[in-house]
Ligand binder design. Structure first.
Ligand code: HEM
Ligand SMILES: *[C@@H]1O[C@H](CO)[C@@H](O)[C@H](O)[C@H]1NC(C)=O
Ligand SMILES: *[C@@H]1O[C@H](CO)[C@@H](O)[C@H](O)[C@H]1NC(C)=O
Length: 488
């Protein structure tokens, strides 16, 4: 994050590519899952399981974390209250805004879709990759219900001159809404949980608009294509746009480094590279970024508490689609920043991790060639939470994955194969150009009235120098980069 000039030079050399960086550290093909700590066909082939970066702790180990630590772990409620619960809102030091938070939530919920029954080790996202199931649905049946089959478009409705998703009644797709939500506000989209938060529905609306816009562009280029062809090619273009935006805007922003990330599949054409993926359970757990959430949601001069905010699509109608730009998000890292309204979610993350027998945080550090911590203070960079953690866990090698991940000091697809990555896949140069020029800024500005300047940042950015050290030492690593890039 220093020496911008040097990085400007580095960035002009086209040899560094995030995906190849650390990908050798992830087992591919996948190996273990919650039920199998050894390699076997079931663990490899059964896509209902999330895979595992590390096998579960064996049942006959002397302690829950293996050999170190207490015979019985401290109560998860106590862990939550002592080191994860927010005391005072801690803003993100990079100035990340709520637009970013909802992008993270929206983007990840196309692949992180746990199956409540049978439980957290299982997923309903059987494709294990980015194919915009949150826009088009997981199944063909759902996709068909969301399609207009006329004009190659997705179903939509117009309210006050703005395009919104159709309602549940007009699509017959399953969505989760509590009974008090009126019928005309029960919007229907690809992911059934997206009624939960207006920020999710905002992105769902923007992508729906983008799909229909891209269809119009392709129709111009290819008047001879039928509905299906236009629809399918638009979808490929949107997948390409998503990857481009995620790498060059989103991961770039997370990164906070001057090193510029680039989406260029051609760089990989000559490498041994498999276009397959299997989402891991740990990836889901570490993506529980609920500390991003504020105490209350501030839109213009209006304030919404959680009760007023969730399952309330009328907020979109009232304030429009880009109203989450102004509010700063919370800091994911550094500890004690999970707001109390979502405390049950954070406690469940700990309970689920125990249930799935995750190994300790240091084991994950070692697995990714990072130095294991020797002292709690080394992990937290301060004394108070370090002491709490020491009391809770006794031994640093018994410290659990999720609390450690949040408390740690701060840190700053087949479509990409040579057969696909060329203009003809995307309907010619015009379609290919849409992908290669995609950015979150243009995505929003092309579709929505009222265009924010830098959509992922609040206007005032305050960098807190004292909090931005340490993880930077592990630079070409960071759990985040690793999480995003390799899973991608
Ligand atoms: C007001 C905003 C939010 C609310 C009310 C909320 C609430 C929830 C709830 C109730 C769950 C289910 C927990 C469980 O089944 O154990 C969940 C899961 C999750 N949340 Fe959030 N959340 C919010 C924002 C976010 C944000 C901004 C992120 C950022 C990445 C995020 C990431 C996740 C992830 C990755 C899961 C796991 C999904 C799965 O396994 O299916 N959430 N959240
Ligand atoms: C995957 O494993 C689960 C749990 O054992 C089982 O219920 C399910 O039927 C398996 N799926 C397939 C496709 O074999
Ligand atoms: C939902 O938002 C609208 C628009 O701001 C507001 O008037 C209403 O009170 C909210 N609903 C609930 C249940 O709080």
């Amino acid at each position: 994050s220093y020496f911008k000039g040097v990085w400007n030079i580095v960035n002009n050399i086209p040899f560094l590519y995030v995906l190849t960086f650390r990908s050798h550290l992830i087992d591919s093909p996948p190996t273990y899952n919650v039920h199998y700590g050894y390699k076997n066909w079931e663990a490899f082939s059964n896509l209902s399981y999330y895979t595992r970066a590390l096998p579960p702790v064996a049942d006959d180990c002397p302690t829950p974390m293996g050999v170190k630590g207490k015979k019985e772990l401290s109560d998860s409620k106590e862990v939550f209250e002592n080191v994860l619960l927010r005391r005072k809102f801690l803003p993100d030091p990079q100035g990340t805004n709520m637009m970013f938070a909802f992008f993270a939530q929206h983007f990840t919920h196309q692949i992180l879709k746990s199956d409540r029954n049978p439980g957290p080790a299982f997923t309903t996202g059987l494709g294990h990759r980015l194919y915009l199931s949150h826009v088009y649905g997981e199944t063909l049946d759902r996709q068909h219900k969301l399609r207009l089959f006329k004009d190659r478009k997705l179903k939509y409705q117009v309210i006050d001159g703005e395009v919104y998703p159709p309602i549940v009644k007009d699509t017959q797709v399953e969505m989760i809404y509590p009974p008090h939500v009126p019928e005309h506000l029960q919007f229907a989209v690809g992911q059934k949980v997206f009624g939960l938060v207006p920020g999710l529905m905002m992105y769902a609306t923007i992508w729906l608009q983008e799909h229909n816009r891209v269809c119009d562009v392709l129709k111009q280029e290819h008047p001879e294509w039928d509905d299906e062809w236009l629809f399918q090619t638009s979808r490929l273009i949107l997948i390409g746009e998503t990857i481009k935006i995620v790498i060059e805007d989103y991961v770039q922003h997370l990164n906070g480094y001057h090193f510029k990330l680039k989406f260029d599949p051609e760089l990989l054409f000559n490498q041994q590279f498999q276009y397959q993926n299997h989402i891991s359970s740990e990836f889901n757990t570490l993506y529980h970024w609920h500390p991003l959430l504020p105490d209350t949601f501030q839109i213009h001069d209006q304030e919404y508490n959680y009760q007023q905010f969730i399952y309330n699509n009328s907020i979109l109608l009232k304030h429009g689609l880009t109203q989450f730009v102004e509010q700063i998000a919370g800091s994911v890292f550094g500890g004690r920043n999970v707001p109390s309204p979502v405390q049950a979610v954070a406690k469940a993350s700990i309970d689920h991790s125990r249930n799935m027998k995750y190994q300790c945080f240091n084991d994950y550090h070692k697995c990714f060639n990072l130095k294991p911590y020797k002292l709690f203070e080394e992990l937290t960079g301060e004394k108070e939470m370090a002491a709490e953690l020491e009391a809770l866990y006794c031994d640093i090698d018994a410290l659990e994955f999720y609390p450690a991940f949040l408390v740690e000091k701060l840190l700053g697809n087949p479509m990409c194969s040579p057969h696909y990555w060329k203009p003809s896949t995307f309907g010619g140069e015009e379609g290919f150009k849409i992908i290669n020029t995609a950015s979150i800024q243009s995505l929003i500005c092309r579709n929505v009235k009222g265009c924010p300047f830098d959509p992922l940042l609040t206007k005032t950015v305050t960098i807190n120098a004292s909090t931005s050290h340490s993880r930077l030492e592990d630079i070409n690593s960071t759990v985040l980069l690793k999480g995003h890039s390799t899973e991608l």
